[in-house]
Design a protein around this ligand. Structure first.
Ligand code: CMP
Length: 145
């Protein structure tokens, strides 16, 4: 008789629209390969103007995206579980367009490196297309704000 699969191990994975078309196997591999980073309330996850070589998918909690200009702070968005951020610097090579901080007591984000993204994009092109679409929309929003 075969042993039952370990209860709860993969069932706890959040639903992430960006990866909704990934086969379960590829989805699980992604979680095995990428580090899960945890942040407390108010903790800085990304700093505007810095170099970026990863993007992040929110698995737990929420974050605030904001810009700082002339010492003034402008909030751009609040992102929740399933959303992602940090794709703009990856796709453009430009510095981080905004800062991102944790709003929750225990924000958990999956860190996906440029190298992992490159591999993923080759095997699953819709992932890359979705990233580009959001990047374009966010660029436009920021230019118009
Ligand atoms: P990046 O520029 O790498 O780092 C900051 C991130 O904030 C950026 O990628 C986007 O993922 C995110 N971001 C920037 N502007 C917006 C916006 N208007 N709405 C939501 N997210 C944004």
């Amino acid at each position: 008789e075969e042993a039952a699969p370990e209860a709860g191990t993969w069932d706890a994975l959040p639903s992430i629209p960006l990866f909704s078309d990934l086969p379960r196997e590829a989805f699980i591999q992604l979680f095995e390969r990428c580090p899960l980073r945890r942040f407390g309330p108010g903790e800085r996850i990304l700093a505007q103007g810095t170099h970026g070589d990863a993007f992040y998918v929110i698995c737990e909690g929420s974050v605030r995206v904001f810009r700082e200009e002339d010492g003034r702070r402008q909030d751009l968005a609040t992102l929740e579980v399933g959303a992602f951020f940090g794709e703009m610097a990856l796709l453009s090579g430009a510095p981080r367009a905004a800062s991102v901080e944790s709003l929750s007591d225990d924000t958990q984000v999956l860190e996906i490196s440029a190298a992992v993204l490159a591999t993923l994009s080759r095997s699953h092109p819709p992932v890359a297309n979705a990233l580009k679409k959001f990047c374009r929309e966010r660029l436009l929003t920021n230019v118009m704000n």
